[in-house]
Design a protein. Structure first.
Lengths: 504, 288
C-alpha cells in the first residue's frame, strides 16, 4: 500500500560515484554531536504545551488520592505488586483480569497506527518520552550553556573553569531531573508519600532503590547522552512506521519544487530556499529535511518554524517546509514543473494541492479496529463478574469408602469475591437424589443448608465432602454441579464437577 | 580454498586468504566495543575464580560457600516460623483447631510433614494402601479418630516398641497355633461374614457364632463392633484392612498380621509437627 521512496536529490557538492578509498566510506560512522538551535514558532509552542502536559501527567498522577475505605490504598493509580491488585481510580483489576491491560495496550497500538497514518510521526515528535525528556534536557542545556553556537564554542574551547562549571551544573540538573523521573516511576508501584519519604530518609527497600536507580540512570543516559541515537538505532518503531504512512499522510516535507535551485536571497533565477541551514541547525536529530523523507526524522516540525521565520524575514510566503502529504507534493511538483523560479511557480504549485484525505480505507480500518476493541473491552468490563467460583476435586484419594459402604468424594471450593463486603452464600447441589453435602468449617441456615462466607476482597476456600447415598448404583463418574445461591435463593454462580466411584 | 593474502584495493584491508567461488573475504577487525566487552568478561572471569570457590579445594577470598548459604537460608526460614511453632508446641490439638490462625498453619504444615513422613505407607491424602495401611480419610478408625486418639497414635506409634505408651495388641494365631481346627476357623469366618450380612452358609455361620462368642468377642465385641481400646477392628462394616473375602478372613484367623507404625513423637518429629499432623489427619474427612 504505502510506497514511500525518499526523493533522491543529487546535490552538486555531494559526490555520487562510488568512493574510491577507505577514507571516503568508513565502515563505522562515529556520532556527530548535534547542537540544536533554539527556535520560536507555532509548532514549537505546541511542542512546549505537549511537553508540559505529559510531564505534569507523569509527575502528578501518583500523588492523586482516591478514597477506597479503611485498609485499602488511597492512591488513585497504583500497581500493588505485593497484594496483586491494579488500582485505577474506581476500577480494581485482579491478576486474572490482566487482559484489560492487554486490551488497553492493543488500543494504544491501534491509536498509534491511526495517528501515524493520518498525521505522520506525531507520537515520535511530540509525545514519546524519549522526545519529551530530551527536549527538557536540551532546555536545561540551553539555559546553562547557551544556544547552539555558544555550546559548540564551549565544547571546542579550552577546558577551563567556565567549561567545568557550566558542564557540571548541566549534569547536576540533569541528574536531579532523572532522579525525580525514576522516583515518580517507583511511586506508581508503592504509596507515593510513603516511598518518597523513605527514599529521602534512606529507609526504602533495596528493590525500591534498585528500580529508582535503574530508571533514574537510564533517564540520564538516554535523554542526556544517547538522545537521537535512541530513535535512530535503538527504537524499532521508526523501522516499521513506514508501513503506517502512505501518500496521504501528513509528514514534514520540504517543498523542493518551490525551493530549488537554492541560492542567495538576492540572486537571480533561484528558488525560495536561501540555503541558510536554519532547518538543519534546529533539527534535534541533526538531519537535513531537504534530503527528503528519512528514517531519522522524528516529525517534530521544528524545521517548519525555523524556515517560516526566515521566509517571513525575506517577505516570502511561509510553508517552504511544512506538514504536507506526499500526494500533494507530487501534484505541486507536476504543476510547477518547467516553470521558472518565482512567485508564479509558488502560486501554481500551491494551487495544485488538494485537501488531505483523512477518510481512507486504511484509516477507516484502524478506526474500526479501535472501535471493536473498545466495544469488546467495554463489554468485558461491564459484564465482569465480582464473584468467581472454582471447584477442585480431590485427586488423592479419588474417593473414600466409608464404613457403611457408601462412597465419598472430597472437593475444594474457592470463592473469589471482588467486592468489598463480606456476605453469606448458600451452597446447593445439582446431583442425583440423596447426595449428602458436608462443608467443613461452615455454618448452616435454618433449613440445614451449608452457609458459606465470602471474604471481602479476597479468596475464601472451603472443603466440601460429598457422600453418595448408601447402596446407590452409580457409574464410575457422575456429573454434578455446585451452585452458589444468595440467601434469598437466587443463583449467583455455578460450577460443574464430577463424582467418582469405584469401577463397577 | 586458501589463496594468497592480498591487499584489497577498495578498502585498503587485507583479505583472510579464503576464497569461495571467486569471493574473497576481507579480514575485518572485530568492533572495538565487542572486543573490549570480551576482554572485560575475561577480567570478570578471573576475578570470579579468585573471589568464589571455583576450583575444588579453593574456598575463594570472599568465604562464600553455597552450602553454608543454604544452611543460613534454612535457619532464617526456621527462625521465621519458630514463634508459630512454639505456640503449636504448647497448644493441645483441640486448642489449635479452635484458633483459625493456628489451624491454617497446622493444616498447611501438616500436609508437608505428612507428605514427607506418612504418605509412604498411608498414601497421598491419607488414602491408605492395600496390605494393612489404613485409610485416614474414611470414618473407620482402629485406634480412634478423635484429636487426642490421633495425637496419641502418632506420638507413640503402634507395636514398634519405641514407647511405653505405644498402641499394643496381638491377635492370637488361632489356626497356626492349633487353638482352632481348620473347620472351626472356616465356621468363624462364615460368622464374621454374617456380621456384615454376607454369609452364604447359615449352618456354618451358626456354628461359628458360638466359637466367636468364646474366642473373639472379648476383643472384637459381642456383635463384632470392635474395641478401640484394644485396637480390635470393627467387623460389621465394609472397611477391611487385610481384605474382605472369606479367604482373607480365614487367613487372618489362621495367622494374623499386625502392622507397625513408628513412634513419631519419640525423637523423630518435633511435638509441634506431631500436633500439625494430628490436625491435618483429623481434617482429611474422618475426624471425630
Amino acid at each position: 500500500m504505502s510506497n514511500i521512496e525518499a526523493p533522491h536529490r543529487a546535490k552538486a557538492d555531494r559526490p555520487v560515484e562510488a568512493p574510491a578509498s577507505a577514507e571516503a566510506q568508513p565502515l563505522y560512522a562515529s556520532r556527530q554531536k548535534v547542537y540544536p538551535r533554539r527556535v520560536f514558532g507555532p509548532v514549537r509552542s505546541v511542542k512546549w504545551a505537549v511537553l508540559m502536559f505529559c510531564l505534569a501527567l507523569y509527575y502528578i498522577v501518583p500523588w492523586l488520592r482516591w478514597d477506597r475505605g479503611p485498609g485499602m490504598p488511597d492512591q488513585a493509580v497504583l500497581v500493588d505488586m505485593a497484594n496483586a491488585r491494579l488500582f485505577f481510580f474506581w476500577i480494581e483489576i485482579w491478576p486474572q483480569e490482566i487482559y484489560f491491560l492487554a486490551g488497553a495496550l492493543i488500543l494504544g497500538a491501534f491509536a498509534l497506527f491511526a495517528v501515524s497514518s493520518l498525521f505522520g510521526r506525531l507520537w515520535c515528535g511530540f509525545t514519546c518520552p524519549q522526545t519529551v525528556w530530551t527536549d527538557l534536557f536540551m532546555l536545561v542545556e540551553g539555559w546553562i550553556q547557551g544556544d547552539r553556537n555558544a555550546r559548540m564554542k564551549l565544547d571546542q574551547g579550552p577546558k577551563n573553569a567556565n567549561y567545568w562549571v557550566r558542564k557540571g551544573l548541566t549534569h547536576a540538573v540533569w541528574l536531579a531531573i532523572a532522579a525525580a523521573t525514576g522516583g515518580a516511576w517507583v511511586m506508581y508501584f508503592v504509596d507515593a508519600p510513603t516511598v518518597s519519604m523513605e527514599i529521602l530518609t534512606g529507609q526504602a527497600s533495596i528493590e525500591v532503590y534498585f528500580f529508582f536507580g535503574l530508571f533514574s540512570g537510564f533517564t540520564y543516559l538516554l535523554a542526556g547522552w544517547a538522545r537521537e541515537q535512541v530513535c535512530t538505532y535503538m527504537c524499532p518503531w521508526p523501522r516499521f512506521q513506514a508501513a503506517m504512512l502512505d501518500e496521504n499522510s501528513l509528514v514534514v516535507t520540504y517543498r523542493d519544487w518551490r525551493g530549488e535551485p537554492r541560492g542567495k536571497a538576492k540572486a537571480e533565477g533561484v528558488g525560495d530556499c536561501v540555503d541558510c541551514y536554519a532547518c538543519v541547525h534546529v533539527c534535534p536529530t541533526g538531519i537535513d529535511i531537504r534530503d527528503g523523507q528519512q528514517l531519522e526524522c522524528i516529525g517534530c516540525g521544528l524545521c517548519v518554524d525555523a524556515c517560516d521565520n526566515v521566509m517571513a524575514k525575506l517577505g516570502r510566503p511561509k510553508g517552504l517546509i511544512a506538514f504536507e502529504t506526499l500526494k500533494n507534493l507530487a501534484a505541486s511538483e507536476a504543476a510547477a514543473a518547467g516553470m521558472a523560479p518565482g512567485p508564479e511557480r509558488q502560486k501554481a504549485g500551491m494551487a495544485a494541492r488538494d485537501v488531505p484525505r483523512f477518510l481512507r480505507p486504511r484509516t477507516m480500518m484502524y478506526a474500526g479496529a479501535i472501535g471493536t476493541v473498545t466495544l469488546v473491552m467495554l463489554g468485558a468490563f461491564l459484564l465482569r463478574s465480582t464473584l468467581d467460583v472454582t471447584v477442585l476435586r480431590d485427586r488423592a484419594p479419588l474417593f473414600v469408602r466409608l464404613s457403611d459402604g457408601s462412597i465419598r468424594n472430597g472437593y475444594t471450593i474457592k470463592i473469589v469475591n471482588k467486592r468489598r463486603e463480606e456476605t453469606p452464600l448458600l451452597l446447593a447441589l445439582r446431583a442425583p437424589e440423596g447426595f449428602r453435602v458436608v462443608v467443613q468449617d461452615a455454618d448452616a441456615d435454618a433449613q440445614g443448608r451449608p452457609l458459606l462466607t465470602r471474604r471481602a476482597d479476597g479468596i475464601t476456600q472451603y472443603r466440601v465432602l460429598l457422600t453418595a447415598p448408601n447402596g446407590a448404583r452409580l457409574p464410575e463418574s457422575t456429573p454434578i454441579t455446585f451452585r452458589l445461591l444468595e440467601p434469598d435463593g437466587r443463583e449467583v454462580a455455578s460450577q460443574s464437577s464430577s463424582f467418582v466411584g469405584p469401577r463397577s | 580454498m586458501p589463496t594468497k593474502i592480498e591487499k584489497d584495493s577498495l578498502t585498503g584491508r587485507e583479505t583472510t586468504g579464503h576464497e569461495w567461488d571467486g569471493l574473497k573475504e576481507l579480514n575485518t577487525p572485530l568492533p572495538k566495543w565487542w572486543l573490549w566487552t570480551f576482554y572485560a568478561t575475561i577480567v570478570w572471569g578471573i576475578a570470579w575464580v579468585i573471589i568464589y570457590p571455583s576450583v575444588p579445594g579453593w574456598r575463594g577470598t570472599s568465604g562464600w560457600i553455597a552450602r553454608e548459604a543454604v544452611v543460613a537460608d534454612v535457619a532464617q526460614a526456621q527462625a521465621r516460623t519458630e514463634p508459630m511453632l512454639a505456640r503449636l508446641r504448647e497448644a493441645t490439638p483441640a486448642q489449635i483447631v479452635a484458633d483459625p490462625e493456628m489451624r491454617n498453619f497446622a493444616i498447611a504444615g501438616g500436609r508437608v510433614a505428612f507428605g514427607n513422613n506418612c504418605a509412604g505407607c498411608h498414601g497421598a491424602g491419607g488414602q491408605g494402601a492395600q496390605g494393612g495401611f489404613p485409610s485416614l480419610a474414611d470414618d473407620d478408625w482402629i485406634w480412634g479418630g478423635t484429636l487426642e486418639a490421633i495425637q496419641q497414635t502418632i506420638r507413640h506409634g503402634i507395636r514398634s516398641n519405641e514407647s511405653d505408651e505405644q498402641r499394643q495388641s496381638q491377635m492370637p494365631r488361632f489356626g497356626a497355633d492349633g487353638l482352632l481346627t481348620a473347620a472351626q476357623v472356616g465356621d468363624v469366618a462364615e460368622h464374621v461374614l454374617a456380621l456384615s450380612n454376607r454369609a452364604t452358609d447359615q449352618a456354618a455361620a451358626g456354628r461359628g457364632a458360638t466359637i466367636f462368642a468364646e474366642q473373639c468377642a472379648s476383643c472384637h465385641g459381642e456383635q463384632g463392633e470392635g474395641n478401640r481400646e484394644l485396637g480390635a477392628p470393627r467387623l460389621t462394616d465394609q472397611v477391611w484392612l487385610y481384605g474382605s473375602t472369606k479367604r482373607d478372613i480365614v487367613a487372618m484367623i489362621n495367622n494374623p498380621r499386625a502392622g507397625v507404625m513408628p513412634a513419631w513423637g519419640q525423637g523423630r518429629l518435633d511435638p509441634a509437627t506431631v500436633n500439625m499432623l494430628t490436625v491435618y489427619v483429623h481434617s482429611l474427612g474422618g475426624g471425630e
